[in-house]
Write a protein that binds this ligand. Sequence first.
Ligand code: ADP
Ligand code: MG
Length: 741
Amino acid sequence: MAEVIRKLDETVVNRIAAGEVIQRPANALKEMIENCLDAKATSIQVTVKSGGLKLLQIQDNGTGIRKEDMEIVCERFTTSKLRHFEDLTSISTYGFRGEALASISHVAHVAITTKTQDSKCAYKGSYLDGKLKSVLKPCAGNKGTQITVEDLFYNIATRRKALKSPSEEHAKVTEVVSKYAIHNSGVSFTLKKQGESTADVRTSQNATIVDNIRIIYGPSVARELLEVSQENPKLGYKMKGQITNANYSMKKCIFLLFINHRLVDCSPLKKAIETVYSAYLPKHMHPFMYMSLEINPANIDVNVHPTKYEVHFLHEGAIIEDIQKCVEQKLIGCNASRTFFAQTLLPSSQINVKEPIKNSEGQSSKDKVYAHQMVRTDDKLQKLDAFMAGEKSSMQVVQSTDDGQQQAKNQDGGHSSKAVYYSNESSQSDKMVIDPPVTSSVRKRPHELCCEEEEEDDIEMQDSTIPTNTTSTEAGNADDLHNRSHHSPVRLTSVLQLQQDVEDKLHKGLREIVKHHTFVGCVSSQHALLQHQTKLYLVDTAKLSKELFHQLLLFDFGNFGFMRLSTPAPIHELAMLALESDESGWTEADGTKEELATYIKDLLTSKAEMMKEYFSIEINQEEMLCSIPLLLDDYVPPLQGLPMFILRLATEVCWDSEKECFDTFCQECSSFYAVQKDLPLKENKKEKNEEFPSYNWSWTIEHVLYPAFRNLLLPPHRLVETSSFLQIANLPDLYKVFERC
Ligand code: ADP
Ligand code: MG
C-alpha cells in the first residue's frame, strides 16, 4: 500500500537546505569572510574552537549592519546586495543570494554584534532558525561586525557525523583564511584558536601578495615566484598571479584560484597548467600557483550553487588555453638553468645593476652573504687554468703593488723580449721580428693609469699611446676613454663625428658588465669567461678587441706610439705574400700579382705622409714598412695578418673622402689588431726557441686586453646583436640545480 505524502515542516525544510549550503565550518567561515570583505573591512580576526565546531567567531572593522536590518539579516533571501534578477549578472560582490547567514542560523547558534559609523552604540542580537530570538541589546562596541557561530550542526546529527576530526576541520579553516589573506593583500587577517595567544595565520594590512605567500607558505616558495599576467578583451577576462618557477616543486599541488575575488575550483584550468609544468618539473612533483581571474560577470554561470566551488564560464576552453600559453612562456623565459644552451640571455639595455655583494670585511654583520650570492672580487681566486690538465697554474705569481692593485705576471711568457711571427711557416725569410714594444718597468698598464698620473716617458719610443688620465671617476659612465687627454687634441670634424658615433652607440648594460667584471679564463683565443656579480658570461674576445682597437684608433687619433719592426718589411713583398694566399681572392682578371703588388706599393707610398702623421705607420724611402701604431701597451697584433692588412689598406680603404677614409682605415686597422680565432693560447714548448720565443695569447688576453676593456671599452649595441655576450649561468640558479641533484 502506498505511503501517504505529507508536507514537511518548514523548519525541517530550511535545516535540510542549510545543511546543503553549509557543509563544514570552513564553508561557513568562507561565506562570513566574504561578507566582511563586501563590508570593506581592512582587518578580519577569526577565532575558532575545535576546528570551528564549537566556536567560529569572526570580527571585522567594516561598515557594520544597520539596526533596522538586524531583525531580518538572518532570514533566507535577505540581502543588501541584490534587488532585481538582472543584478545577478552585474554584481561584483561575493555572496549574492542572501543565503549564508540564514543557513548558518538554521544549523548553529548565531549571535551578531555590530555598529555602523553613525550609530551611537553597538547592538547585539541572537538568532535561531533565521529569526531574532529576543530584542536587540544595545552594548559597547567598535565600528564593524562580530558574528559568533556556536555548536555547528547541533541539530543535524548526520552532518556532524560526516565531519572529520576537529584538527582536520581546523586545517580546512586555516586553508580558507590563508587563501583569502593572500588574495586580499590590503586586509590584515588573523586566525587563532580560542585561548591561545599565538596566531595560526597573521598577515598585516600593508603586506604584498608575495609577502603574504612568504608568511603563509614559507620563503622557499616565495623566492621562486614568477609574476604572471594576461589580459584578453576579446575573451573578456584578465588574469594576474604568482606561480613558482621550474626550480621549485613539491609533492602536492597548491592552486589558489580566485574568480572575481571568490575562492573557487576550476579543474580543467588546473589540469591545463599542470600539464605545462609537467615538462619542467620532476615526475610526481607539482608547483605552487596563485591566480586571480576577473571574468565579465555576465559570462559566469550565476546559477551555480554558492557552496559549489567548481565554476564554469563562457569561452572556458579558449581562456584556459590562453592562460596555459602565458604560463608556458613565463617558464621558458625564467628557467635559465634548464634552457641556457637553447636560449641566449642577453643583457638588456636597462640592466638592473645591483650593488655587487662583496665578501670583504667592510660588510656589516646583518647583511649576511650566502654562498649563492658570493661574488668573485679577487683575481687571485682560482681560474679556469687550474682545471686544464697538464697546465701549471703556479706559473701565475701574484704581486701586490704599492697602490694595492693586483698584478699577475707570467714568469715565462708574458713579456717576450721579442715576438716572432711567421707569415708562412715554411719560409724563414718571411719571419718578422718586432722590437720589444713595451716593458712594464717603464710603461704602465692602462688600468693602472686610471688612478694615477702618468710618469714622464724616457724611453726611446715616441710613444703617446696611453695618455694621462687625471679625472677618472668611478661614478656613472665617466669612462676613461672620454677622459683621456691627448698630446694633440683632434680637431678634424670627421674624426670627432666618428668618436661621437661610438659614444652614441654605447650599451650601458654591457659597459657595466665590462667595467666590473672578474676574469675567469680563456676558453680559446676567441672566447673567454667573465663573471659579473653572480652571472657568468661567455664573451667574444675577438669582437671586443676589434671594437677596442677601433675606438683607440679614433680616440687617440694622431697620437699613437710607433711599434718598430726590427727589420723593415718591403711593401711589395708583403703585398705579394698576401696575393699568394687564398684569402686575397685573387683571380687572373685582376691582373698579374706582380702588377698589383706594385700598384699597392705605389698607392701606399703616396699616402705615406698621412699614414705616418695620423696612424704612426711609417714607410721609408726604400718603400719598406718600418712601423705600425702602438695602440695598447704590451700588445702586439697577430702579425701573420700583416700582409693581408697591407693588401686591404690599398683595396678596401676609401681614400677619396676624409671621413670615409678615416672610418674605413680604422676598420681595417682594428681588424688587423683584433685577436683572431685559433691563435695558440700557450706557447708551444716543444718548438720553443730561445732566439724567437713565441707568443702567449692567454696571458695577453687576460692581462692586457681585458684590463683594457675594463678601463677603455665603450661596448656598442651591436655586440648584443652579434651575441658577443652570452650569459651561460647564474650562480643562484646553479645552487638550485645542485640542491635538486
Ligand atoms: P549576501 O552576502 O548574499 O547578501 P548573507 O546571508 O551572506 O547574504 O548576508 C546577508 C546580509 O547581511 C548582507 O547582504 C549584508 O548586508 C549583511 N552582512 C552580513 N555580514 C556582514 C558583515 N560582516 N558586515 C556588514 N554587513 C554584513
Ligand atoms: Mg554573503
